[in-house]
Each structure stands twice: as C-alpha cells, then as structure tokens.
Ligand binder design. Structure first.
Ligand code: PLP
Length: 386
C-alpha cells in the first residue's frame, strides 16, 4: 500500500479542554506546588464521589496505589496474592514490593479478565487476597470474586487502573472490593500526567494508606514530633499540580468516559464483518468503558497481529501490543522465590491473548474520520490476503 502524505493517528493522546491550565497556574502563582495545597483534597473528594465511595487517597501513580492497598491491608512476606497472568506488570510488581507472592491465574477467552472459575484451585492457607484487574475497561465478574473471597476470608483489591467509570451491575469499578486502585497516567481515561488513587469505604484502611504514603507519619503527633515515623513508609504523595489537573479532568470526567464508549460503537460497526477479527464484548451485567479499543487477530485474518501492527504503523496509525504475560517476564520466570508458583502449561489463554491482541487508536478526542481511516486500512489489509 502506498504511503500517502497523511496525518499520524497516535494510539492515545490527552484531552485537556477544561480548567487544567487555570488550576495549574493557580498552583504556580500561589507557590503551592508540592503535596500541600487545596487541589489534593478537592481532587480526592471529587474522585471519591465519582466512584461512590467514602474515601479516596491520592498518590504518585497506580503502581503505588496498589502497593499502598496491599500494605494497608497488612499483606506481607509469605502471603500469597492471586492475580491474572494477563495484566500490565505493575499488578505483579506491587505484590512483590509488599514481599508477597503473586499466584498467576489464566484469563477468560471472552472478557480477557482473570478466569474466575480457575481461582479456587489456587487458594492455599497462605492466600490473603485476590486482585481482579478490569482489563481494557471491562469489569471482572465481581459477584463470583466476592463469593470466593468470602468463603476463604480473602481481601479483594480491584486493579481499576484501566477502568475509570466502568460498572458492574450498576456499581462503579473500584467500589466493589475492599480497596480499588486507579492510575492517572497520560493514556488513562482521566489523567493527571502521572498519578494514582486508592479508594475504599474502610476508614482504617484509608488512614493507613494516608500515613504510609507520607513516610508513615503519625498525623496525631505531627505538631509534636513531625519526624517520628511509626513504620517503614514511602513518599508516594501526589503533588498539588498533578491534583489540579485531576480536579479539572473530574469536571468533565463523564464526557471522557462516554467518548471512549462512542469510539467503541463506531469501531464495532465498521469492523464487525471483517473475518478473522475478535472484537471486544460487553457482558450483560457490565458497563465496558473500552479504555483502549482492543482486538484479536486470528489466523483467518490472513496476516498476524505483528504484521498488522507494522502495516498500520506504515500508514501512520499507532497501535500497541497486548501485555506480555507475567509468567514470561524475566523478573518472574527466573525468580527462585516465585518459581513453581505457576505452570506455564496452564496459562494458555494469556499467551494466546498476547499472540493475537492489539490495541487501536483510542483517544477520547478521536474523530469519526480517524476511526474510519483505521477501519478501512484494516479492511484493505484483510482483503489483500484473501
Ligand atoms: C492494570 C494496571 N495496573 C497498574 C498500572 C500502573 O499504573 P501506573 O502506570 O500509574 O503506575 C497500570 C498502568 O497502566 C495498569 O494498566
């Protein structure tokens, strides 16, 4: 295919069309640029309301939110935490940061989420928590997760890094487990550039997370001895500047979520009859927010996922591969501490997802012309091979 003089469609760009600049300028003007300043609490409050939870604790990124969640619930050395094999590496890394062992479970072929029917067989007396990850914005079947968690007295930490605004049976992702964790990295539906949030209805957990994110400072002693630290804590505080961007984003958060869902509808209508593609679905009980519009390229398509990605790149269309399974990451496959915790033969679907999956341009600001160009390019590539 000839490469014309065409505009690049990136896999994701940011949308900053509200009060972001005004609020950031206010930080610079007033001098409140570190983690003290009004925007941190304002953003937390807005985000808690958005998720319908009592408490929201901001932090530096989604990975830190997961780490804070695990430590605030007391997960530690020797504990086991069940996670999907198919997820971004941060989910597993956070478990390791808290010195626990990630126990990997394969994925469902339809939702691409953790296979809830395979969780129970992995539970041992050491299991302390499950981290369901709402992959690409489709919620996990949380009733099933909660049933298992209740039966074995496990904590549920939702990794909702990719699922702002998603719903399970009408309830917001992040509000269904003991703790929910979000990322505000630049490609996320709501962004602060870098940033994260832990949400919970449990005041004790929220207070513990607030303390741990600030070097485990004891807030009651703060005015007496601010340099007393009652445990090993971290500097995971979000800056007022990042929170200023976040607050502005929250003022039109629903539009940002709706735009991704609209993108998905358009992609779906343009791609649905192309043989060899599997398109993302939405279960009857779910509100999928399609963080990234993602597809599987099956052999019937005629070219592989990698070939399709290269051909789209050649036409100035950005894509991303699906995640490389955790079980194949050197930090996990070669680590003696966790070796033997998973059998790669059992992790067939996560490997298939990696082999076949890619993400198409998904910005909230995507135009119908751009979506049409992506879809038509994919169609022409499929026809070339038939
Ligand atoms: C599923 C999942 N968990 C955790 C994270 C970590 O978030 P952050 O990059 O903000 O640390 C991400 C980031 O993309 C993610 O996709």
């Amino acid at each position: 295919m000839e490469k014309e003089n065409i505009k690049t469609i990136p896999v994701c760009t940011i949308t900053l069309r509200g009060n972001e600049r005004k609020y950031v300028e206010n930080c610079l003007y007033t001098g409140w640029i570190s983690s003290k300043g009004k925007y941190v609490e304002l953003f937390e409050k807005k985000f808690a309301d958005f998720c319908n939870v009592k408490f929201a604790v901001s932090c530096v990124n989604g990975t830190a939110a997961l780490h804070l969640a695990l430590e605030s619930l007391g997960i530690t050395q020797g504990d086991e935490v069940i996670i999907p094999d198919f997820t971004f590496v941060a989910t597993a890394n956070a478990v390791r940061y808290s010195r626990a062992k990630p126990i990997l479970v394969d994925s469902e072929l339809d939702t691409w989420n953790i296979d809830v029917d395979r969780i129970e067989e992995k539970i041992t007396p050491k299991t302390k928590a499950i981290i369901p990850v709402h992959i690409y914005g489709h919620p996990v079947n949380m009733d099933q997760i909660k049933k298992i968690a209740k039966k074995y007295s496990l904590y549920v930490i939702e990794d909702a890094a990719q699922a702002h605004g998603a719903e399970y049976k009408g309830k917001k992702a992040g509000s269904l487990g003991d703790v929910g964790c979000f990322s505000f990295f630049a490609n996320k539906i709501i962004t602060t550039g870098e940033g994260g949030m832990l949400v919970t209805d449990n005041e004790k957990v929220a207070n513990r997370a607030k303390s741990l994110r600030n070097h485990a400072s004891d807030t009651k002693l703060f005015n007496v001895n601010r340099y007393f630290h009652e445990a090993l804590g971290y500097n995971y505080r979000m800056s007022n500047i990042h929170a200023a961007v976040g607050l502005a984003q929250m003022e039109y958060a629903q539009d940002l979520v709706d735009a991704r869902i609209e993108n998905a509808k358009k992609y779906h209508s343009l791609l649905k009859d192309i043989p060899g593609l599997t398109l993302p679905l939405c279960k009857s009980w779910a509100k999928n927010v399609y963080w990234m519009y993602s597809i599987l390229v099956k052999p019937e398509f005629g070219i592989t996922k990698n070939e399709l990605m290269a051909a789209l790149y050649n036409q100035e269309i950005g894509t991303r591969s699906f995640f490389y399974p955790i079980s194949r990451q050197p930090a996990y496959s070669k680590d003696k501490y966790i070796l033997g915790n998973f059998n790669t033969q059992e992790l067939k679907i996560s490997n298939l997802l990696y082999e076949q999956g890619l993400t198409l341009p998904s910005s909230s600001s995507l135009t119908i012309e751009e979506i049409k160009r992506v879809a038509e390019t994919i169609r022409s590539l499929s026809l070339q091979k038939s």
